[in-house]
Design a protein around this ligand. Structure first.
Ligand code: ADP
Ligand code: MG
Length: 660
């Protein structure tokens, strides 16, 4: 028996739909492109539940005849190309004739459409590739498509949809792409009956400002060139406005949004040396090329486009951006406007001289003098002097190795004045604590030193972690190495503490508690600043407003992508750019959109902690070190940061001894 048969159209369409329609945003992309291809100048987008319930696009384009409207939902039905050669002279966004067939395979759909020359329009009702009803209707010129219950017949796909905020953000991202490519078209967007934005048609620059924010206007440097190979128009952001995260980078080719890592590099290279490493410039660049020299016939959801003569175009792009940046730099960087100039009082020779700044210090202070370990150092030395033979059986083997070295060091130090002065003179010399690195036999010498008193072996599994005698911290001395690491001694050896990671852990502990206990400490701003973000990021930022509040950021959505920053974490250092820090949190939320909120909480808390923690390279006072270490050891976990970085590393007595 033959077993091969053709799949019914409805099944074949559903399979094909998987390629084109993955989420509400893909539906939006296809519908918007159709509206643009139909010559619309006004496009209205209406969504409910981030598109899961309803996606509606209403345009004032050329509409369809009743027969065309029916045909439009067949697979490979298109008015845009007729032969293969047309693929290389494309002037439309669509050409496959797949989109509507795919959408209708996985949703319920209503379309009302009318051409200008027709008296009445047609209303088609479809579900899962089947025509449910067709009737004449009264409707405006243009096309109005409602897509309901996306994936109603493919539950598995519906379950794969992400959170409402993420899906909404993806939808707005698609709208942005089309809106930036067609600035003369008006777009308006309503979600859950609330109008979100309306962008009247205008120039490319006006559209950029509508989509992103008004303040971007001052930073846009126009670029442009028109030669045989291609025409380049658009803007690059001023170098000062480069961003570490979330740089706005947009390429369009023949008014089609594209990603092009190679061209990205061309722009990035022009900014090299002008912007800090690790940050990226903003740019909005539209390339117009002969359609025959590009291949857009890649996968419908892919945004990469292949170019002929890519290398030559690369150089043109680079030269154009360079030139624009050069022109921009020719403008004086200093603004001589007197209005904001700081007031400097004229010099008055008769005025009393200001007091000289004074530094208070104790010239008698000697960090080693009071060290209780020192007495033992001397005791030890005395001991060693007494047992000069070195081969005494009572000394264990490792001790005798270490002891020997120690002994020779001590003898040599004897030659140079007193031990104390030698230790003060040379940082290299063995610190008193170092002595405890000898074997237990030798360590017993320190029995009377509070720090090193033996305790009963703890049964706690954490006992193997580097420990500190907190009760005795008053006796403790800390040493900062390379302004980055704190060295402290412990019963089992020497602790090396990374000051940055330690502070990260401390701050994290505080922030995560604030989120979990739903209480944050906010310092209200007298004059709230306004943060402007791209529209597509608004749903994501709204989604994390509660977490941000507990971290101490008090934000108010002003609409149109603007947020008032009413308060910031009370502990936040002034040097931290509040906008940048919120943007960084936003990026985390975008990356985490798939994961549990718990892990998002912890990532946000961690990000803020990392931004704020004392950096490596900061000089710490003895007191600051003590406080840092004491607080660190109050945490339930102090060996690793929440993201697994080592905070404390221990050099065991044996390891230390092995050096000698
Ligand atoms: P494609 O856009 O690749 O041609 P689609 O499935 O998206 O394929 O659309 C099929 C056809 O339906 C289009 O070629 C066009 O003729 C017609 N069409 C779709 N949307 C609209 C619209 N908004 N206005 C007018 N015609 C439309
Ligand atoms: Mg199309």
């Amino acid at each position: 028996m033959d077993i091969i048969h053709l799949l019914p159209d409805s099944v074949a369409n559903q399979i094909a739909a998987g390629e084109v329609v993955q989420r509400p945003a893909s539906v939006i992309k296809e519908l918007l492109e159709n509206s643009i291809d139909a010559g619309a100048t006004q496009v209205q987008i209406i969504l409910r539940e981030s598109g899961k319930e309803l996606i509606q696009v209403i345009d004032n384009g050329k509409g369809m005849s009743p027969t065309d409207a029916r045909m439009a939902f067949e697979r490979h039905a298109t008015s845009k190309i007729t032969k293969a050669a047309d693929l290389f002279a494309l002037h439309t966004m669509g050409f496959r004739g797949e989109a509507l067939a795919s959408i209708v395979a996985v949703a319920e759909l209503d379309v009302r459409t009318r051409r200008p020359e027709d008296e009445s329009g047609v209303h088609l009702r479809m579900a899962g590739s089947r025509l449910v009803s067709q009737e004449a209707t009264v409707c405006p010129v243009g096309t109005n498509i409602e897509v309901r219950n996306l994936f109603y017949n493919v539950p598995a796909r519906r379950n794969f949809l992400k959170s409402n905020q993420t899906e909404l953000s993806n939808v707005i991202t698609e709208i942005q792409h089309v809106a930036l490519a067609y600035p003369h078209v008006e777009f308006s967007f309503t979600h859950n009956d609330a109008p979100q934005f309306q962008w009247p048609g205008g120039t490319f620059k006006q559209r950029i400002l509508q989509v992103f924010n008004k303040s971007l206007g001052q930073q846009l440097i126009p670029i442009g060139v028109d030669n045989e190979l291609m025409k380049i128009e658009g803007f690059v952001g001023q170098p000062e406005c480069a961003r570490k995260k979330g740089a706005l980078q947009y390429f369009f080719v023949n008014n089609r949004y594209m990603r092009h890592p190679y061209f990205n590099k061309a722009v990035a290279e022009c900014f090299q040396g002008l912007i800090p490493e690790g940050s990226s410039p903003n740019f909005f660049i539209n390339l117009s090329v002969d359609p025959a020299t590009i291949d857009v016939n890649v996968h419908p959801t892919k945004t990469e486009i292949k170019f002929q003569n890519e290398a030559a175009r690369w150089h043109i792009l680079m030269a154009t951006v360079r030139e624009a940046l050069g022109k921009f730099n020719a403008v004086p960087a200093i603004d001589f406007d007197q209005e904001d100039a700081p007031e400097i009082e004229p010099y008055d020779p008769s005025a009393p001289l200001p007091d000289e700044p004074k530094v208070n210090y104790n010239s008698d202070y000697n960090p080693f003098r009071k060290s209780s370990a020192l007495t033992n150092w001397q005791t030890l030395y005395a001991d060693f002097s007494a047992e000069k033979g070195e081969s005494k059986p009572a000394v264990s083997s490792s001790a005798s190795v270490g002891g020997g070295t120690l002994h020779s060091r001590l003898s040599s130090s004897l030659h140079s004045s007193s031990l104390v002065s030698r230790m003060n003179d040379s940082q290299e010399s063995v610190a008193p604590e170092g002595v405890q690195t000898l074997s237990s036999k030798l360590a017993t010498v320190f029995d009377d030193v509070p720090n090193y008193q033996e305790e009963a072996m703890p049964t706690d599994p954490k006992a193997s972690m580097p420990t500190l005698d907190l009760q005795k911290s008053t006796y403790r001395k800390y040493l900062q190495v390379a302004n980055a690491y704190i060295v402290a001694s412990s019963k089992k050896g020497m602790l090396l503490i990374d000051q940055h990671q330690a502070h990260v852990a401390i701050l994290y502990d505080r922030y995560i508690h604030q989120i979990q206990n739903r209480q944050g400490v906010t310092q209200q701003e007298l004059f709230p600043e306004v943060l402007e973000i791209p529209m597509c990021d608004v749903p994501i930022l709204e989604g994390i407003l509660p977490q941000l509040r507990f971290l101490g950021f008090d934000l108010d959505n002003l609409g149109g992508g603007s947020f008032a920053v009413n308060g910031k974490p009370a502990s936040l250092d002034k040097s931290i750019d509040i906008h940048e820090s919120i943007r960084q949190m936003l990026e985390i939320a975008k990356e985490e959109s798939n994961n549990l909120s718990q892990s998002l909480d912890s990532k946000l808390a961690l990000k803020l902690s990392r931004m704020q923690a004392i950096p490596r390279g900061k000089v710490l006072s003895e007191e600051e070190m003590a406080q840092l270490v004491d607080t660190l050891y109050e945490l339930p976990e102090h060996t690793y940061t929440p993201d697994g970085r080592v905070i404390v590393s221990q050099l065991s007595l044996e390891e230390i001894a092995s050096h000698f």
